[in-house]
Each structure stands twice: as C-alpha cells, then as structure tokens.
Design a protein around this ligand. Structure first.
Ligand code: ASP
Length: 434
C-alpha cells in the first residue's frame, strides 16, 4: 500500500486534477492520498494558503476580506467548473468566508485551502473524504504522535482510498492547529508510518533530486536513489525539493519516500531509503550555501589550556548562536557561524570572549560559503579527499576550511562565497559528470 501526497503545484488547476486521477488509476496500490492547497499556476500567481493568510490579517484589522477571499473562491470555482462539478464547493466557501470575516483563528483560516482541495478531490475521484481534524491530534499545541497514529489506524485501515487534507489537525476542543509551512509532507509521512505503508510518494513539479543545483550545473543528473542521511546532509546544505525533517516519521519507520513529477509520471524520480541500494557512486550529490562567518581566535600555548574551547563555546551558547563547524589549529580556534545570526550580536560576543579567555588576537572573516560533497559511497574509499582538493585547486580556488567526520558521509569545504558556484561545478565534473 502506497500513501501518495500531492503538493500545491500538482493541484494548481483542473488539468492537474486530471493528471492526479490518471496517476492513481495506473497504480491501484496508491490508496490513501494527502493533498496540499492549490499552489501557483505561474510565477506571478499566489498560493491559496498565502491568500488565506492575507484574509486572516485583513479580518484581524477589521477590513473586509472580499477582495482577496473572492480570489480563493474563484480559484476553487474554476477548478470545480472545469471538472464538471459546478457549484460543488459554493456553500462551503460561503460558510468559510463568513467564519474568517467573523474572526476565525489563523490556523483554521490557513488550513481551509487543504480542506476545500481535499473535498473537491474526493468528489472528483469518487473516494471518501476524511478530515485531518479527526486524524492528527494536538495536545498543548504539539502533535500527539501516539493519539494520531491510533486515530489514523482506526479510521483508515477500514477505509478504501481516502482523500485527506494535509497541513493541519485539531485538539480535544475541536480547535484547528497547523503544522509548519509545507507541512502536508509531514501529515502524509505520519499517515504512511502509522499504516506501515510500503512507500510514501511525494508528487511535485520536479523529477526528483538532482546531484547539484541546476542553477549552477544546468544539466545536473537526477539521483535515482539516496539515503535519508544523505538527504539530511544535502537539504541542510541548501538543496531544496524535500527536507529530511519534513518526512521524519517515515524515516523513523524505515519506509522509503519517492519523489515523483506529476507532469512526468513515467519518470521513476528519486527514491529515498533507509539503507543504500546495492551499488552506490562515491559521491551522490553536492550542495552549498553562502552566508557564513568565521571568528578566528589565536593564543600562544592554547593547546595547553584545558577548557579553552568550552569557555569560548559557552559564550555562543549564552547568545543562542549555534555553531556550524569548529576548525582548529594548535594555537588557533575558529568558530564558524551563520552570518545573519551572528551579526546583530557580534560586538557583545567578541567582547565577552576577549574577557573570558584573553586571546592574543581575535578577528572575524565574513563571506564564507560551505560546499558539501555527500555520499555514503565515500566510506573507506581511498583518495576521495585528494581528488576533491585537486579538482577544486585546479580551478584556482583556495580552500579556507575542510571538514570530514569519521562517518565519511560528507566532506565539507569552506571557500570564499564568490567561489561557491565554481567549487560546485569543479566537484561535479570530477565525480559525477560521465
Ligand atoms: N499549503 C501549506 C503551505 O503552503 C502546506 C503545504 O503545502 O504543505 O505551506
């Protein structure tokens, strides 16, 4: 049994609804489906969820929501009309519009895109609609995983092919709560995990994960399969498509996730698994991001001073700054942090470090980018770092820091941020381009 989640871009108009039906018809194992709210039809368009957030703001200020809510109505009515389901949502839309105008909560308002979309999809597919409010349970503002798993099993195991709205649930009072933005992936992951599904499919507008950002390497190849650990490394370093946090329930349950393209359903996409498949490449993917600073501290005989690093890191902790990496030398300690988090606190942090550990010198260097070269296949392979450094240095790029944990899952290079794209291309050409 497969749980299939369709994202906003896969539901943006009636043509997309038609594609969804075909996708389901071609694979009977795709049983329960989870939907987002209709997304953008083109760059200039607005997501239904964003329109609903605006409606809530307007209602809170006492303004009439009609100018914006009528866009929501039109989008749903157009889809319904084109599918031959004229007026199907009219009374629901009226009721929801009134509730928002009368001060309904932000969570209720934001969740109505998913709710309406799932109702319409259920009608279109002639499948039962199951409200997420009765499946995902919140206690004290947090998702209650046990109660949620119990409800999912009690409701869906005896139900054939339900259509469920993503992104929200409710508490014991019946009040709606939402997950974070993009949370329909997580809703689907909870459902797949509770039902012990064979697979979670995430249907979107791209054909899976690429080995590098196509804005940097336009012909970057698609990754057929990767592990959840690789996904985490790549998404942490800026690769978009799917964030590992979003699907943690299936990762924990050992259920694979497959990323598929609604516009190209025959393409197998990318499958993310707990363990890697039989033969893996040395490097699976490359990702990088800009915006890091390094605080460089030097002190003669630092290595003899037990507790030096702890005292320095305690200063960062007091200022709620988490560090990325900690490159060290014998008499040097460097703390790498996100520039945007560090900057507003820079003077206070430097002053406190100077007082606490009395370094010989302290200065900061900005405009650093990190590039991660990720692959479970690097484990116990000889020469990967040598090839990597050679490829980068042959482009005349200086490496500012280098990091590899003993798991050998990734090698992370720090470079000047103007060199980010060139570094990614150099690594891609050395390891992935065939
Ligand atoms: N519609 C919500 C959002 O735009 C949730 C989702 O699409 O997953 O964030």
């Amino acid at each position: 049994m497969i749980v299939a989640k369709f994202g906003g871009s896969s539901l943006s108009d009636a043509d997309q609804f038609i594609k969804v039906r075909r996708i389901l018809e071609t694979e009977p194992a795709r049983q329960h489906i989870v939907v987002s709210a209709p997304g953008k039809r083109d760059e200039a368009d607005q997501k239904i969820t964003d329109l609903l957030f605006t409606c809530h703001q307007m209602a809170q200020k006492g303004e009439a929501i009609d100018p914006v809510f009528s866009e929501v109505e039109q989008r749903f009515s157009q889809i319904a009309h084109s599918l031959g389901l004229e007026n199907y949502l009219s009374s629901k839309l009226l009721e929801i519009g009134r509730a928002i105008q009368d001060g309904a909560s932000l969570a209720y308002t934001a969740s109505r895109g998913e709710y309406l979309c799932a109702m319409l999809m259920a009608k279109w597919l002639a499948r039962p609609f199951v409200d997420a409010a009765s499946l995902l349970h919140f206690t004290a503002g947090k998702l209650d995983e046990e109660a949620t798993a119990h409800s999912i099993r009690a409701t869906l195991l005896s139900c054939e092919g339900a259509v469920i709205p993503g992104f929200y649930g409710s508490d014991s009072q019946g009040d709606i709560h939402i997950l974070s933005r993009g949370g329909s992936d997580t809703s689907a992951a909870y459902i797949a995990a509770a039902l012990d599904a064979e697979m979670l499919e995430i249907w979107t507008d791209v054909t899976g994960f690429r080995a590098a950002d196509p804005r940097i390497v336009p012909d970057a190849q698609f990754i057929a399969s990767l592990t959840y650990r690789e996904l985490r490394e790549l998404s942490y370093m800026g690769a978009s498509v799917l964030h590992e946090d979003a699907v943690f329930p299936v990762r924990t349950a050992g259920i694979p996730t497959s990323i598929r393209n609604t516009g190209n359903p025959l393409h197998p996409g990318t499958t993310i698994t707990y363990r890697s498949q039989a033969r893996v490449p040395v490097v699976t993917g490359i990702a990088g991001k800009k915006g890091f600073s390094i605080i460089v501290l030097e002190k003669n005989r630092m290595n003899d001073e037990v507790g030096f690093a702890r005292k320095v890191l305690a200063v960062f902790e007091r200022h709620a700054i988490s560090f990325e990496h900690l490159p060290t030398g014998i008499d040097a300690l460097c703390v790498m942090v996100s520039t945007s988090v560090f900057m507003p606190k820079k003077d206070a942090v430097i002053e406190e470090i100077s007082k606490t550990v009395d370094p010989d010198s302290i200065h900061t260097e900005d405009h650093i980018a990190l590039v991660a070269c990720v692959g479970v296949g690097m484990f116990r392979q000889y020469g990967t770092a040598a090839r990597l450094i050679t490829a980068v240095s042959e482009q005349g790029i200086g490496i500012r820091t280098i990091l590899q944990a003993p798991s050998e899952l990734s090698i992370i290079l720090g470079v000047d941020d103007i060199n980010l794209d060139m570094t990614v291309r150099a690594i891609y050409d050395a390891f992935i381009r065939t």
